[in-house]
Design a protein around this ligand. Structure first.
Ligand code: GDP
Length: 285
């Protein structure tokens, strides 16, 4: 689909979107990885590999085959190493760098970059808060007031990579909002991967589809992260995951075939996601 058409469709959806949300969000802390490792085996699997738990349920219910694409299946050691990359130390700081409303205001950086996109209310701030929870001195503030200029927020994770929080689509946003996201996705040279957030309780919405089409059109490598998995029953979540997995398998080219379900409340899936980010940015080497 042509970029102009995407922009037009996005603009119309934005006009209709509800204007909700608090003005500021401030992040807190998460359990240390050592504590997670002390969990009983079943709990540990649930926290580290949420899809594996669902798969067990699927097999028990129907004897049906695999839903989990274990393309990325790191060792506990690698998950632990990724944890330390996301934990600020005296030698490796995690810090807010800057915000930008236009790509030419974005910091010029050589290190690999990953970005997070998703419709507003999908749980993006909560996830970024969970990712940075071990770096308690990083206070991430995100403007959510409707009508206020949405910005791209850049965070430096030591010398390893930059994480960019893109403005959530769905609010009444400035007219150039889509241009900003589009220009960034198209032109940011050091962008290694785009993480597209989808609410697991809701499924893929029209707005999500526009973002998916954008990633597909620009032939970007992207990853689908399913948020808020603690909200649904296991049976419902399984149904949603199967549906979204089918969509990814049949309707996308650039999407990584393995889904990343997470909960910012229970931290389920968050460690695996951190490890994946560390891996694709070359930070585990
Ligand atoms: P954003 O607009 O995408 O940044 O979304 P937020 O992170 O602000 O989350 C929107 C709403 O969903 C808030 O009420 C959050 O508390 C809630 N939320 C976010 N993540 C989760 C989650 O993992 N589980 C549950 N149960 N609620 C969540």
């Amino acid at each position: 689909m042509a970029a102009a058409r995407l922009r037009h469709r996005m603009g119309r959806l934005l006009e209709r979107a509800p204007a909700l949300g608090p003005w500021l969000r401030v992040y807190s802390t998460s359990p240390a990885f050592a504590e997670v490792l002390r969990l009983p085996q079943k709990q540990l699997t649930k926290v580290l590999y949420p899809l594996r738990e669902l798969q067990q349920r699927l097999v028990a219910d129907s004897g049906q085959g695999l839903i989990e694409q274990r393309l990325f299946d790191p060792s506990l050691e690698d998950i632990g190493r990724a944890e330390s990359i996301f934990a600020a130390t005296a030698r490796s700081r995690i810090e807010y760098l800057s915000s930008a409303v236009r790509l030419d205001h974005a910091p010029s950086l050589q290190q690999p970059e990953v970005c997070f996109i998703g419709r507003s209310n999908v749980g993006k701030s909560s996830l970024i808060k969970a990712l940075f929870a071990l770096a308690s001195d990083v206070e991430v503030r995100i403007s959510k007031k409707p009508g206020h200029t949405k910005k791209m927020n850049f965070f430096k994770v030591g010398k390893h990579f930059t994480l960019v929080d893109m403005p959530g689509y769905g609010y009444r946003a400035p007219e150039d909002f889509v241009d900003m996201v589009e220009a960034y996705l198209k032109e940011r040279n050091n962008l290694k991967r785009t993480f597209l957030l989808v609410d697991s309780a809701v499924g893929i919405t029209k707005l999500d589809n526009i973002a998916i089409e954008m990633c597909e059109e620009f032939a970007l490598p992207y990853v689908m992260v399913l948020t808020k998995i603690d909200k649904s029953s296991k049976g419902y979540l399984l149904k949603q995951v199967l549906q979204i997995q089918k969509f990814v398998n049949t309707q996308t080219q650039g999407c990584f075939p393995q889904l990343f379900p997470i909960s910012a409340v229970t931290y389920s899936g968050v460690h695996l996601l951190k490890c994946f980010i560390a891996e694709i940015t070359g930070s585990l080497k």
